[in-house]
Design a protein around this ligand. Structure first.
Ligand code: PRP
Length: 193
């Protein structure tokens, strides 16, 4: 599902910094419910609860809405990995700031991501998780930016493909700002150039 620009930006805490709304709240939540239904159907009847790995901070909002829409049992795990710092482009250098607290050996794992851009973060993360002996690892991502791809990452579900804009909102930041917006928008280039 490719999203198109909608220049009607609702009044928000960041004034004119947002150039366009890309995914409004209603569309976002409808798609998240569809994604949760798809994951529930794939894993229904499994012996163990699903383990959801949330990659903080960006995926926090997606994780909470997505997990509450599941119709099968799931457990939450959190990781913090960082590739961007405060920069606008991925450095490709990934480091673990906070690791999982559970052993995922023999378990079905779903990585819940906010956005796949270059794919460098997720590609590294999947390789890292696979070394821990899970039964399966799959990725669901709310957003994907095809124009940014450097490494292809197979995603079981993708919410929306987004255009080559600086994406913010619904958990996604620029220099730690804009995460709290309830929808997904594109930052005005004047803010970061
Ligand atoms: C962002 C985002 C993804 C990653 C995607 O995380 O949440 O994890 O970058 O980019 P890539 O596909 O080019 O690797 P970031 O490191 O900015 O941390 P944050 O979630 O705390 O904002």
């Amino acid at each position: 599902m490719l999203v198109e620009k909608n220049p009607d930006v609702p009044a928000n805490a960041f004034g004119d910094d947002i150039a366009t709304v890309l995914v409004d709240e209603e569309t976002l939540h409808r798609r998240i419910r569809e994604m949760a239904a798809a994951v529930s159907d794939r894993h229904r009847g499994a012996d163990d609860d699903l383990i959801l790995v949330c990659v903080l901070k960006g995926a926090a909002y997606f994780l909470t809405d997505f997990s509450r829409a599941l119709s099968i049992p799931a457990q939450l795990e959190f990781m913090v990995v960082s590739s961007y710092g405060d920069a606008a482009a991925s450095s490709g250098t990934v480091k673990i700031i906070k690791d999982l607290s559970a052993d995922i050996a023999g378990r079905d794992v779903v990585v819940v991501e906010d956005i796949v851009d270059t794919g460098l973060t997720l590609s590294w993360l999947i390789d890292n998780l696979k070394t821990r002996g899970p039964k399966s690892v799959e990725v669901v991502t709310l957003l994907r930016k095809p124009s940014g791809e450097k490494i292809h990452v197979d995603c079981a579900d993708v919410g929306f493909d987004v255009p080559d804009e600086f994406i913010v909102g619904y958990g996604i930041d620029y220099a730690e700002r804009y995460r709290t917006l309830p929808w997904v928008g594109a930052l005005d280039p004047a803010v970061y150039s």
